[in-house]
Structure formats: C-alpha cells, structure tokens
Design a protein around this ligand. Structure first.
Ligand SMILES: *Cc1c(COP(=O)(O)O)cnc(C)c1O
Length: 393
C-alpha cells in the first residue's frame, strides 16, 4: 500500500517538491539534509518535549463535550489546542523550528504572517531564545490586526509592513523569500504551516504531530481504543489538521474530515475554498492546488477568518483530497459563526473563527450513536470578539 506520507523526493503523490529560485538552493538543501537528523536526535526531543510541557502547557486536554455530543448524536471529544500558550497550535511548530535554527547556527529569524498569529508565535519563541526577529506582514493586514502587531513589537520583533500587491499574506511571503535570498547564510525562515518547499510541509507536520500522538494516548485512556471513527479539523495551510491526523493517515478505520473556508459561498467569488476551486499550480515553492485565474495569476482569497484565507493548501492535504482519503467540506462564514455561538452556549468555550469552521462541519455529517469523533479546537476566540459581536446571534 502507498503511504500518504512524504516520499524521499519531497512529494505526496504529485504534490509538493521544492520549486525555488536558484539562490536559495543551498539553504533549502541544507535544511533537507539536516531536519530529520535534528528532529530525531535525543537532545532535540528532550528540549522540545520539556518546552512543550513547561512552556506551552502540554498535553492539551481531550475533553468529552457532552452537550455538543447530545446535539449531534455521537460522542464528540474536543482536542483543546486553544489552551496552549499564545492561544493556538502554532507555538508547537515555532518552538521546534527555533530549536532547529539554533542547532544550525542561525542567528536571524524571519517569518511571514497574515492574521498575525504565526507572527506572534514566532516573536514569542525569539524572545524566549534571544534571537533577532523580523516579521513581514501585508500593510492591509497590519491595519486589520493591530493588537497582534502590538504584541509582536512588545515581544521585541521588527514588523515590516509590505506594500506590494494586495498588501496581504501572499505579498508578505514573497517579501520574506526575498529577504532569505539576500541573507542565505545567517537567516532561518520559520514557515507557519504545512506549506512552502520541501522539507517544510513534512517538518511542520512532524512538529504538530504531537497532537495526534496525544490523541492516541488520551483516547486509549478514555475509550480503551487508540483510534476514533472521525477526525475533524479546519484547514488554512493545513498544520493543525496535519497534526491531528498525522498518526492516523494510513489507518483506514479513521475517517478524515477537513473543513476549508467557503467564505460567502464557493460560487460567490469571495471564498478561500482551495480544494473545491483550486487547480494545480505552484505557490510558495510547492506544487499544489491554487486558486488562480485563467492566466495562472493567484486570486485573492476571502474568508471571515483571517487564518484561513490562504489561496493554496499544503501538498499533504491536496493529495489526501485527490486520493479521496479525506472528505473536504466548505464551511461558509455564516455557518462558522453559528457553530461558534453553538459551542459557546453548549460548552462555555469560545473558539477561534478558524476552529469554528471545523465545528461547522458537524452539521454536514451524519453520525451513528456509537461513533467517536475527535475535533481539534485549533485556537481560542479572544482575537475574534469584534467579529462575533458584529454578527451577534
Ligand atoms: C493559523 C490558524 C489556523 C490555520 O492554519 P493551519 O496551518 O491550517 O492550521 C487555524 N486555526 C488557528 C487558531 C490559527 O491561528
């Protein structure tokens, strides 16, 4: 049987690879040659595990949501990544990559950010490790996400507003890649999701795989078996989903459901539903599905959730969709808002708008009473209060 994991050339089926400018060839090659050896070393594992425990607060709870379960007629467990330090799963990845950067002798950290969540998670670990931190962010996003910009500055990072293109995530990423090209020897580029050239998608998936490692252990404790019937997660670039499904990818007993952002509807022209609408192309150095126009120009995506409006998707997930290993559902803005209010009122948990898309998938599925469902709450809703109030139900 073919595995859904990456192959030696950095591909998931026909997706992935490393399509990069010549000048970055050595950096990416160095990373490819180093990452597995470091991630699998005892000294790395020890430092990483200790920080996840004492700094992030892992393991995150696996919480049996009784009232939500009753509503949907099955047993729903929530994997509580919202309880991590900095409020989401992104810190699992930035801690791992900064430890790798240090072991590679890099002194300068760069990152791109859209909503600012990855920027904050990167600035946080740079403060912790006393490293220089430069975060590229589209000027439009800088204005939309003022609190996250202030947090990054308070943490000691330099935030560079990018004024090219639409001044959003895509443009910030181009600028980060340009910086990397100018400083290839001393700079480490921390990518925030399972995107970018090989080895980033595999590296980020491995660093987030602590989520499914814990799910296995916690399910065994609660249910006497290591696997659920369903795993549900939202997908922007794909990192919280990758972490949730990592150890179950090749287990056919487990159904994988991915929720992408439908925006105002997949036919509305205002959407971020990459699997539904994307065609194969190259984005950020990887071959994957991309929302693009007839000329192959990347189209500006839209979602009410700033963390999901990415015009591509990780190559791992593109392959899972292509092979029909995963069911991909588009959840629209209004469905996500409704789901967020539902969780809040039933369980007293205000989820991030991104996570609300995963919750919105519940109403689109039919469960048996015996089904065990694990749904990842990727982050907390504090940052989204303005939006929730605007659409108050
Ligand atoms: C960034 C973010 C996402 C989307 O990113 P993935 O890489 O797809 O996980 C989802 N949820 C939250 C809370 C986020 O901050």
């Amino acid at each position: 049987m073919d595995s859904y994991q990456v192959n030696n050339e950095g591909y998931y089926g026909e997706f992935g690879g490393a399509y990069i400018p010549e000048i970055l060839h050595r950096c990416v090659q160095e990373l490819q040659d180093t990452y597995l050896q470091v991630l699998q070393s005892e000294s790395f594992k020890q430092e990483y595990d200790q920080l996840l425990r004492d700094y992030v607060g892992r393991p995150s709870p696996l919480y049996l949501a009784s009232r939500l379960s009753e509503k949907y007629g099955c047993k729903i467990y929530l994997k509580r990544e919202d309880l991590n330090h900095t409020g989401a799963h992104k810190i699992n990845n930035t801690i791992g990559q900064i430890l790798l950067a240090r072991r590679m002798g890099k002194r300068r950290i760069i990152a791109e950010t859209g909503a600012g969540q990855h920027g904050v998670a990167t600035a946080t670990v740079c403060a912790l490790m006393n490293m220089e931190c430069i975060v590229y962010m589209g000027k439009t996003d800088v204005e939309r996400q003022r609190v996250n910009v202030e947090k990054m500055k308070m943490l000691g990072a330099t935030v560079v507003p990018v004024t090219s293109g639409n001044m959003t995530l895509k443009d910030a990423t181009n600028e980060a890649i340009r910086d990397w090209c100018c400083h290839p020897s001393d700079t480490y580029y921390i990518i925030g999701s399972t995107v970018g050239p090989h080895p980033y998608p595999d590296m980020v998936a491995r660093l987030q795989s602590v989520i499914s490692e814990e799910i296995r252990r916690q399910l065994l404790e609660h249910e006497g078996r290591e696997y659920p019937d369903y795993l549900i997660a939202c997908v922007g670039g794909g990192s919280n989903a990758a972490g949730t499904i990592y150890h179950y990818l090749d287990d056919p007993r487990v159904r994988i459901v991915l929720a992408e952002a439908g925006g105002l509807g997949i036919d509305s022209g205002k959407t971020a539903a990459t699997i539904a609408l994307g065609r194969v192309g190259i984005i950020h150095g990887a071959r994957t599905y991309v929302i693009q126009n007839e000329d192959g120009q990347i189209e500006e995506p839209y979602s009410i959730s700033a963390g999901l409006d990415y015009p591509g998707i990780g190559p791992l997930h593109a392959n899972l969709a292509h092979q029909q290993r995963a069911t991909v559902l588009a959840v629209n803005d209004d469905e996500a808002i409704r789901a967020a209010y539902e969780l809040t009122r039933l369980e007293g948990i205000i989820p991030a708008l991104e996570s609300a898309h995963a919750l919105g998938a519940l109403a689109k599925l039919t469960f048996k009473p015996s089904d065990i469902v694990v749904l990842t709450v990727s982050g907390r809703g504090d940052k989204d209060m303005e939006t929730y109030l605007k659409y108050a139900l």
